[in-house]
Design a protein around this ligand. Sequence first.
Ligand code: ADP
Length: 605
Amino acid sequence: MSNALHTRIIAVVTFLVAVTALSAGVGWVGYMSALDQLAQRGRSDLALASDRLTGELHSYRELAVLMADHPTVAATVDGDWDREATGVADLLRQTADKTGSLDILVVSVGGRELASASGNGAEIHADQPYFTRAMDGALGVFHLVQERYDKRTFLFASPVFSDAGPVVGVVIVVVDVDAVESVWRGARPTVFFTDELGVTFISNRSEMVFMAREVESTTRSATAEYAPDLPRPFMTHSIVDRRGRAIWTVQGQRYVPRKALHLSLALPEIQMTGEALLDVAPAQLLAQLQAGVAAAICLAFGAMLFLATERRRTLADANAKLEGAVQTRTAELSHANAELRHEVRVRTEAEAQLKKAQSDLVQAGKLSALGQMSAGISHELNQPLMAIRSYAENAESYLERGNTGVAGENLSRIADLARRMGRIIRNLRSFAKQESEGLTDVDLRSVMVAVLEMTQARAKSSGVDIIWTAPETPLIVRGGEVRLQQVVLNLVTNAMDAMEGQSFVRRIEIDTEQVDGRVELFVRDTGPGLDEPDRIFDPFYTTKKVNQNVTEQDGVGQNGMGLGLSISYGLVQSFGGMIRGRNHPSSGAIFTVTLDGTHPREAAP
Ligand code: ADP
């Protein structure tokens, strides 16, 4: 079992124990306060019931006292009495009827019954405690079950005093307890009245009558006379709490609560104790309810706390996992970043090398073109040189002869030729120079002039006609002048290469066109055309033999490297233009160079 789970189980068990303890406490406090309220209410109920009973019995007591003073009764207890003459029996009967008494007896000092309302009196009361007490001049109170009435009765015995003072007789008022009880039978709570022996004599629950809390032999013998088989025990267990409250467990009673709070109230005037049994079930239920609510609240709170903790724990776990993943990913990314940086460095270096290689290649291309043209160029320079020499020699002889006019003419021709040679050399030098500046506005016409000058010698020796009519307005394009010369020179020399040794017409037509702000240059030849038009711009694609010897006569040989068009392609692209090559429908190849143009008026300054 994992540590976390173990901790969680301990926490939950501890919480449950705490909740149980708390709810038990709440229940106990609730129970105690409910018992307090119950006791308060019960005490007033018991006091009320006791008042009713004593009040009712009190009237019979008054009756006994009043009857003792009655002249007829006095006459009856007189020694020489005549029942018929006094009419005492009628009086007693009428009074008993009117007052609801069970019986009214007139007894002599000897304890012999002289008259009674029921008319069947023959009993001797001599030794009875109520009689003795009445004979002592006090009011005798007693309760018993008389066989004569077969009922529980309450007796009030009042002495009848003679005019001289001593007691001459006793009037006994017999009260039917059933009649007294009947008015409040079944009322709540359970109330009963016990005598000095602890035996219940009056109660609002008939099943409680003659029952005793503690049955001792004295009780049994004392009660034997009015309830031979009684009393019966009815209470099995009693708990008395610290506040002196007694909780009784009552068994075998249908209409008495099983568990009840017991209250008592001494009633000396009827020589009894009033007692009440209050059902504690509602108090228990209330306490249980309070405990249940407390437990439910605690559990709900605990569940919420538990869920919140679980949620926080889950979030913390997820967070930790996420952080771990982020750290791993960050490490991977840092690594990847370092690798990328390294790669960028390598690529930057490679790019720089490539750029250098490209510019070297361009330069190499140019030098190669120059090399190829060197024979033609030397021929081109040689011719004026020879002419200069002969003009100079002629001028010398004319000067010797003194013909300065012709000699001057010769000298001016020499100067023209020298200027022409200078121009050719300047062209070659600028062509050979590495062009480093960016894009500028270039007049395509001057590019063409330079290229034609450089190729003039070879064209002448190869019998190639180059047809080019320069437009009158400038043809301004964006590019680098020397690089453009290189592109056009390459196209013209390729065309001448293609027509080398061709028997029929050898012609190169160069034309330009301005379309939508762009300038198009066409170079068309009358050669055999392109073998593989799709491959001509591939580096190292060539159909020419490598290192073929340059013939003295042609001035230029077909020494193919397969780089000329590929370099031209790169150059034109760097100007933002385009170069294409295809076979002309009639014959030969036609190359088109499209370049960004500039409006002549903008370019004029
Ligand atoms: P190189 O001239 O060194 O061969 P280029 O890149 O300039 O390299 O040309 C590549 C190839 O294109 C040539 O070898 C040739 O076969 C073909 N080519 C170029 N221009 C023409 C043309 N005007 N007529 C026929 N073929 C051509």
